[in-house]
Design a binder for this molecule. Structure first.
Ligand SMILES: [Zn+2]
Length: 452
């Protein structure tokens, strides 16, 4: 079978959700299935949820004999020799062998990796690290996980527990970390660490909008709430996030000095929500480094794949397990994009559908209105494009965004930074030319068309 006709399954086994996706060998998510991670029934229940999710998505997408392999992104420490989960603090899958039962049931190669290792692989395959040979992934969420690629290979360590960048000691007198050590990056800069500091400040009587927003002690302060507090100009949140950013910046210096990577990729829930605030702090730390500062390399980028990094990385693992090289950039298929035609100044035909508002076409070929719901406001120029618009258009990690607009006002600096930090090129063209260019381009591409 031609490589371009092969489909993979990528599974992301999360603490809250299990997601299985059908993914092409060009790294496009075709279909996905989500299920809640079972709270009871232990490893058996989780294995059966994973198996059902795979079976369902295979059935829905009619993958048939094009299935080349299955890959799984799994939280915790994994034993790659015994094919089992050694330790997974937040999910009840210790001792579980996920490989043998799935191999038997679906009769294809099956591979797995630690979740943040898989995310790093995903970003290397089709995300913001695709040009990199050596890359470090730092995923900032509830905790901080990592992944390290050296010469395109995962650094796994003697007992497969390398790349725990969250447990890099940043302050020997710092707060105690979940791992038992003091002052780990995670204990200072992860969401739970920020939450601890915010609650302490509130208890000490410091004013903050969060005091009114947060629920009881069991209700977490989520990344989205931190974002809203930043937007509201909350001084406490700004101080705490700035300090977290500065410590992450110092961690980047260490990572850069040890691995000299092409890029350091930042992802995870905190970065998704607050990346535009944190990234300039990280970039400033790197450029102020008196040792490596002016050297090229070690650039900081943001995850281009967001939530999909896990399933995409898992699919890349499946490809490798099936004897293919996902990074070879071989035969790729880009024939899933719809035919687009501007029928008059305010009407576009996309496949069989007619739109009279701004549209976007994502990497997976799906056409969407620029804004959700009934809102049909049109943008007059690229200067009106927000980072939110770009986030919607660039889901799935395009290499290039074609922006179609009939005047040449440039994108705002923040929008340009959004694209630069995800290594997404942009071409701005008059609408008719933009459609032609989009159609002719053989790449992972996205389109944002402003109807003006
Ligand atoms: Zn630690």
């Amino acid at each position: 079978m031609a490589e371009s006709k092969i489909n993979l399954i990528g599974v992301d086994v999360g603490g809250t959700n299990i997601q299985a996706a059908v993914i092409t060998s060009s790294g496009v998510v075709r279909k996905r299935q989500r299920a809640e991670t079972p709270r009871e029934g232990g490893a058996e229940a989780i294995l059966s949820t994973v198996t059902d999710a795979i079976a369902q998505v295979l059935d829905e997408d009619k993958v048939g004999d094009t299935l080349g392999g299955i890959g799984l992104a799994v939280p915790g420490l994994l034993d790659y020799k015994k094919n089992r989960v050694d330790n997974s603090p937040n999910t009840d899958i210790m001792g579980l062998d996920l490989i043998a039962p799935l191999r038997k049931k679906f009769n294809v190669p099956v591979a797995f990796a630690n979740d943040t290792d898989a995310c790093t692989i995903g970003e290397k395959w089709v995300g913001s690290a695709r040009e990199a040979n050596t890359a470090v992934g730092v995923f900032v969420g509830t905790g901080i996980g990592g992944g390290i690629l050296v010469n395109r290979k995962l650094l796994r360590g003697t007992r497969y527990s390398a790349a725990e960048v969250g447990h890099m000691v940043m302050d020997i007198h710092g707060p105690i970390c979940g791992c038992g050590n003091r002052g780990c990056l995670e204990a200072i800069a992860a969401r739970v660490a920020m939450e601890r500091d915010i609650r302490r400040a509130i208890a000490e009587g410091q004013p903050t909008v969060l005091a009114d927003w947060i629920g009881g002690p069991d209700e977490p302060i989520r990344s989205g709430m931190l974002r809203r507090a930043l937007d509201a100009g909350d001084a406490l949140t700004t101080t705490i996030l700035t300090r977290a950013g500065e410590v992450m910046g110092q961690a980047c210096l260490t990572l850069r000095h040890i691995f000299e990577p092409d890029v350091i990729i930042f992802g995870g829930g905190v970065m998704e929500a607050c990346g535009d605030f944190l990234m300039p702090i990280l970039e400033a730390a790197i450029s102020a480094d008196p040792y490596f500062g002016p050297r090229p390399g070690g650039r900081i980028v943001q995850s281009a794949l967001g939530d999909d990094a896990g399933v995409l990385g898992a699919a890349a693992l499946a490809m490798t397990e099936a004897g293919l090289d996902p990074f070879a950039g071989g035969e790729r298929s880009f024939d899933h994009y719809p035919a687009l035609k501007l029928t008059d100044d305010h009407t576009i035909q996309a496949g069989k559908k007619i739109y009279q508002e701004d549209i976007l076409v994502r990497v997976n070929g799906r056409v969407r209105k620029r804004q959700k719901g009934d809102d049909t406001t049109r943008l007059a120029s690229a200067a009106d494009v927000t980072e939110k618009d770009l986030g919607r258009a660039c889901r799935g990690g395009p290499e290039i965004l074609i922006l179609g607009v009939d005047n040449d006002a440039p994108l705002r600096a923040a929008a340009q930074a959004f694209l630069r930090r995800r290594d997404i090129a942009v071409e701005m063209l008059p609408r008719k030319k933009a459609l032609k260019r989009f159609d002719a381009l053989k790449a992972r591409k996205a389109l944002l068309l402003l109807m003006g």
